[in-house]
Structure formats: C-alpha cells, structure tokens
Design a protein around this ligand. Structure first.
Ligand SMILES: [Zn+2]
Length: 506
C-alpha cells in the first residue's frame, strides 16, 4: 500500500471539455472519505490526472459523533467532482447526494435503473424527515442551533433526481473522459450492483458496494468478482457466519411462541428489501400453518409500501436481477401474504386497537426513527410481546441496544422498560457473511494488488482482513478514514493452489 500526503492531488481541475489526454497518465488515487471503521457514510473518491469520480455518497448514521460528520465539509471542492457512481439505493450510500449538490456538485449520477427508482423514494423520504426534524426542533426549542437547519431540503433532493443517469448492468459507460464504468449484479437489494472502473492509465478499481447473499430468497446471487487492480470490499459481517436453516427456525419459533402467549410480534425492518423478505417469510409461515389466517399482519411504513410497489413492478417486468422461478409467478411471490397496509397516521394508530395478537412490520430497521419507535414504546413493557431484529444493527442504534440486552430504552425523551422478548435473526440480513465474501473473492482470475476492507465496524474489517491474508494470500488492508492511496497495477501472477494451501496452514 502506498500512502500519500495531500499535496499529491491531481494536477488539474479542468472541466471535462478542457481535458487533453496526457500521453503518460498518472496512476489513479483513491481517498476513503466515509464507510471506513463504520457501516455508514460510504464515500470513495477516485482521481486521475483530469477526473474526479465519487463512488457512493452515503450519509453517516447511528452514533451522534458519526451523524455530526455529515455536517463537516468534505476535504475537496464538490465543484471539482465530475461524476458520482451509486452502487445501490440505501441511505448510507445515497443519503449525502443532496448535500453534495448543495455544496456545488453539478455532474451526473450513474446507477442502475432500479437503483434510480429506489433512490427517488429514499432521498425524498430522507429530505422530508430532515425538514420535519428541524421544524420540530425549532418549535420545541431543544436544538443547540438557532434556528435549527436541515442538512438538506426536499428541493435539494428533487435536484438530485434530475441528475440520475440509469445505466444497464453489464454495459460499458464512459462516466467522464477516459473513465469507464461497468456495473455488475450484487444481489443485495433490487438494483444493487458492484462497480468496476477502468481509469485513464488502464488501472482498474472495483467496489463491492453492499454484497448480497447467495441465498437471498428473491434476488439472484451476486455476479462473481472478475478482478481489478484495487478492490474495496464491504465487511459488515466480516467476523460472522449466518446460519440459514437455523435463522428460519428462530424466526418461526419466535412467531409461534409469541402468538401462543397472546403477544404481538414487532419486526423493525429496513423499508427497502427487508420488508419484502420478511413478507416472503411470513407467507411461508402462512402456507405451513404456523401463521393462521386469523393473525393479521400489518405493514406500517408508507416508504416500505412504496418500495414494495417497486419490487412488484420488477416482478412484472421479469427483472433479470430476480430469481426466474419467482418471476414466472408474477406478483405471487410477494402477494401470497395478505397484509394490511397502514399508510396514513390514523391507520398506523389503529393497529394498537387490534383485538387479536398480530404481526407488525415497520421501519426503520435499526429503530433509530420512524413509526416503529411508537410501536416499541407501546410493546416493550409487556413480556408477552416479541421484538424480532432481522437486519444488521449498527452501534449506537436502539436495535443494537436491544440485541445487547438493555433493560430500558430511551425514546421521546423518556426511558421505557424492556420486558418483552428480543430475538435477533442475523441470517435474515442482506449482507454476505465472512465465508460468502471469501467465496466471492475466490472467483477472481487474478488477485488484486490490494484489497481494502471498508463498510465494517473495526472487528469485522480486521477479522476479514486476516482471513483474506491467511486463506488467499492476498495483500489486504483496513484503511484509515481520510487516507489516500495510489492504485498500483496488479502484477499478473498466478497464485498456485499449493501456495494458497500453504498460506491456509500458516
Ligand atoms: Zn445496503
């Protein structure tokens, strides 16, 4: 790995129209602006002599210290970024885009067509929440800032939407002069991709984005890694292995137990993808008789319901990202579970009057906000109820505190006692586990010069780094936030099986 001081920045900030191809272009330069030491805020800058491309533009979420980072100016002038590439629509990969525009970025944003559809949904919601939060803070007078300002507005988010440039998976697109992008299916959520960039000097960089699981019930497995000089790979579950069969048992067991004792099941769920997977699992339980027809299922999240519509459209279009055996049934894969949609606040409030035990699926997934917090306040004090955590829960979130066994949880300025059962089903996560990431890496025809472990908490990134080092014999590094490195061309070498086995034994 080559670390650089900041004076080695590209030698030109000329606009694309002014660019003259250099006969000897310098190697690319990578800067880790976010998504390092944390699972949020993914932002990676790739620079060449004339070009700056940002890959992912995510919001920091979770602990206050992380959220504060959204307010700090980036160590670069957004006017000088020519293009952005988005691997998928989740807020921790797209949520900073409106702010980047506000700060001066005026280029195109490349992503798959389904990512464009989901990004529209996610950014509008994010901007709306930020404006609402600022409004409440000003009314309540509890903000340190007078007046409290949103990080960005709905108008900023709308402006981002006009810049989205959908590109098909597998197609080569010149994102700026001399820089070619190819997106590959990543199997994480609908529209998700891993990105491959070919730079001016011929060097290549790949970004795993969030890597899905081969066993995702709706999406096809990630397309194999086809190699690059540098690879940035996620490590959310870098130190964990999912147990699939066991996960289904735990999920079904928790639902059965809770309903039998007359309790309600609350499932905090990411609005996009988790809701679809949870509904698919509930449909299986319905078919197997675990969930009888008398048990109502509520989906209480306007955004999740809109996301569901986008998934249903993808089924109608027979999207090549979806499992073909499911698209043959059209919408049946998602409609097999009859559920009650709660769109309006009144419909949401009415759920508490359900006369029979019920299942409630509500956002946000880490219970940091949204309607699920109201359900938690009502359901946590009763030991008959169960909270089922089905996705990754980052440090500093209510979901993580619940998994950690907290006995009281703060919300709306007060502490609520936790007497309900709390069940964690990490196998339902949309992120590959450590073995699955290694299997994906093994598909490479040649090892990269360097693999960078990003999008992980420190233990996850470090553990995956060690395994890549020991089992594949590859150069693997956990970068520091803000660090800059050169993209060195990988020397084409073949790692013999013998060497790899030797490395595994060490
Ligand atoms: Zn994601």
């Amino acid at each position: 790995m080559v670390s650089l001081s900041s004076d080695l920045s590209p030698n030109s900030t000329a606009s694309i129209g002014d660019v003259q191809r250099s006969p000897n272009p310098r190697p690319g330069l990578l800067t880790f602006l976010g998504g390092v030491g944390t699972v949020t805020g993914s932002k990676f800058m790739v620079e060449t002599d004339h070009v700056r491309v940002l890959v992912d533009c995510g919001l920091f979420q979770g602990q206050k210290e992380l959220r504060r980072r959204n307010w700090r100016p980036l160590p670069l002038d957004p006017h000088h970024v020519q293009a952005v590439v988005i691997t998928h629509a989740h807020l921790d990969h797209t949520g900073y885009l409106p702010r980047l525009l506000r700060e001066g970025f005026s280029g195109p944003v490349f992503c798959t067509p389904d990512t464009a559809r989901l990004t529209e949904l996610i950014l509008r919601d994010s901007a709306h929440l930020m404006e609402e939060e600022a409004l409440h803070a000003n009314r309540g007078g509890w903000s340190k800032h007078h007046p409290a300002q949103p990080l960005y507005t709905e108008k900023d988010a709308e402006e981002v939407l006009t810049r989205l440039r959908p590109v098909e998976i597998g197609a080569d697109t010149e994102v700026t002069t001399g820089t070619v992008l190819r997106l590959h299916h990543a199997g994480h959520i609908l529209g998700s991709s891993w990105a491959h960039l070919t730079l001016e000097d011929g060097g290549t960089v790949a970004f795993s984005g969030d890597l899905g699981r081969p066993v995702h019930p709706l999406l096809l497995p990630p397309e194999p890694f086809s190699g690059a000089d540098a690879l940035l790979v996620e490590s959310t579950y870098g130190n964990r292995q999912h147990e699939d069969a066991r996960s289904r048992e735990i999920f079904a067991g928790a639902v059965t137990r809770t309903l039998a004792r007359g309790g309600n099941v609350l499932i905090p769920s990411f609005a996009v993808d988790r809701t679809e997977v949870v509904l698919y699992e509930l449909a299986r339980l319905r078919r197997s008789g675990v969930l009888t027809s008398g048990v109502p299922v509520f989906v209480d999240s306007p955004m999740a319901l809109r996301g569901l519509r986008i998934y249903q459209d993808a089924f109608d279009r027979h999207s090549p990202q979806l499992r073909p055996e499911l698209t043959a049934d059209g919408e049946a894969a998602l409609d097999a579970e009859p559920f009650t949609a709660a769109r309006s606040p009144e419909e949401s409030a009415a759920i508490q009057h359900s006369r029979v035990p019920c299942v409630i699926v509500s956002a946000s997934g880490m219970a940091t906000g949204g309607r699920v917090v109201h359900h938690l306040r009502r359901l946590l004090p009763d030991p008959r109820n169960t909270v089922l955590i089905v996705g990754f829960a980052a440090q500093g979130t209510r979901a993580r505190e619940l998994i950690g066994g907290t006995q009281s949880l703060k919300m709306f300025g007060t502490y609520v006692p936790v007497r309900s059962e709390v069940v964690n089903v990490p196998g339902f996560s949309a992120h590959a586990d450590t073995d699955e990431i290694l299997a994906w890496l093994r598909g490479a025809p040649e090892p990269p010069d360097t693999v960078y472990l990003v999008h992980g908490e420190p233990e996850g990134s470090a553990r995956l780094r060690d395994r890549i080092d020991h089992e594949l014999g590859w150069n693997a590094v956990v970068p520091r936030s803000g660090e800059r490195v050169l993209v060195r061309r990988a020397c084409r070498r073949t790692v013999s099986r013998q060497n790899m086995e030797g490395a595994q034994r060490r």
